[in-house]
Write a protein that binds this ligand. Sequence first.
Ligand SMILES: Nc1ncnc2c1ncn2[C@@H]1O[C@H](COP(=O)(O)OP(=O)(O)O)[C@@H](O)[C@H]1O
Ligand SMILES: [Mg+2]
Length: 303
Amino acid sequence: MKKKILILSGGISKERAVSLDTGFQVAKELKKKYHVKLSEPDSKLSETIQKFKPHIIFNALHGQFGEDGYIQTIFESFRIPYTHSGVLASSIAMNKELSKKIFLRNKILTPKYFKYSFDKKDKDLIKFIEKKLKFPVVIKPINEGSSVDVFICQKSNILKKISLLKNYKNILIEKFIGGREIQVAIMGSKKLGAIELKPKRKFYDYKAKYSKKAKTEHIIPVDLSKKNYNKILQIAFDAHKLIGCRGVTRSDFKFYNNKFYLLEINTQPGMTKLSLVPEIAKHHGINFLDLIEWILKDATFNK
Ligand SMILES: Nc1ncnc2c1ncn2[C@@H]1O[C@H](COP(=O)(O)OP(=O)(O)O)[C@@H](O)[C@H]1O
Ligand SMILES: [Mg+2]
C-alpha cells in the first residue's frame, strides 16, 4: 500500500502565494510514488487529519502560522511525523530578534541592529541611527519572510518607510551590509552547498526572488576560496545546530570585506521552480524527488 502524505500549503501568511507554489511542486513529484492529499491549514485541519490519517505531514507552509512553531504544535498533538523543524526551533528561527541574539552569543556575525517599537516613538531616531548604525539601514519585520516589508532606507526616506510598517508592533533596524549575497543549504548533518544571487533590482526583494522577469542571476558554484567556502558552510551548519533545526534549512548571508554576516536561517525553505535549495541540491546530484523524499524520511515528532 502506498504511504499517505498530507501536504499543507497556502495558509494565512503574507507568503501564501509562495507556499501554494511550494505545495504544488511538492505534490506533483510525490504523486509519482505516494498517495497524496494537498490541503490548506484551515479550520477543518483536524478533521482533514482525522479523515485522511496521513502517515506523514509534509509542511509546505511559509511564514506565520506555518513556519513559526504554531502549526507544529497541532502535528505534535496528533503524534504524526511532520517534515522540517519542530516547535521550538521553528519559533526561534522565525523570530529574527531572538535568533540574532543567539547568533551573537555564539560568535556568529550578524548585522548590527536594534529593535524599534512603535509604542515608544523615538523622536531622535535619525540621530540615534547616525550614531549607532549609520545610514543606509535596513528595516524589516521580526517575523516575516520572502523579503516582505523589507526596505533599504536612507536618512531622507526612513521616516516614510518606517510608517509603512506601523502595523507591526516592533521591527528591526539593521545596519546595511553591502557586498555579495550568498545562501547556504543544510540537509540534516550534511553541508549541502551554497549559491550566490545577483539581483538586477536594488536588492533581493520579493520580485527578485519570485519573478523570472526580474532576472536575478543564480551563481553556482559560488566563486569563493576553499577556505571561505568551508567557512560559510560551517557557519550555516552551526546555526542549524544551535537553533536545533531539523531537515533542510537555508541560511541567508551577506559577504562583505571578507566577512560573512548571517541575516537569518529559514526552517521552511521554498521549493518553487526558482527556489534555491532544490537548485543547490541538483548541483550536488540530488534531484527534486530525491530531495523531498529525503525530507519525508527525516520527518518525525517529539517522542
Ligand atoms: N542588513 C542587511 N544588509 C543588506 N541587505 C539586507 C540586510 N537585511 C536584509 N537584506 C536584504 O533583504 C533580503 C531579505 O532579508 P532577510 O533578512 O533575509 O529577510 P526575509 O526573511 O524576508 O528573507 C536579503 O536577502 C537581502 O537582500
Ligand atoms: Mg531571507
